[in-house]
Design a binder for this molecule. Sequence first.
Ligand SMILES: [Zn+2]
Length: 142
Amino acid sequence: MSDILTCAKCDAKNRVTTTPAGQVPVCARCGSPLPWLHDGTDATFDSDIQAGVPVIVDFWAEWCGPCRIMGPILEQIAQEMPGKVRIVKVNVDENPRTPALFGVQGIPTLVMFRGGEQVDEIVGVVQKPLLVERIKHLQALG
Ligand SMILES: [Zn+2]
């Protein structure tokens, strides 16, 4: 499985397959860290939550109105914080196992991971400045 990540600096499209542990994906053209937002699945979840930066998992679905508010906020954060955060979008209809594992009751639910461990959770829509604060707090945890 691979993801196409577009560089926020030079607009180059990068095909990213695996990113070595502790590293972040960088642009093949200009070397800048790439905005790291991609789809996750039940099958890939264990590796999706591994990263040297905070990971936010967005549990969402097509039919969920509030998820349509949350989606663009997460895209903006990915664009504005390349190399600082990994955002994984999990469609709960297509991937029922992972949300069940984390006891997700309603969506959108954001579950945050640091070093593969769950460290925070936000249920419902959260405004961007608050979410950025939470991510910065997770970064401070080292
Ligand atoms: Zn670039």
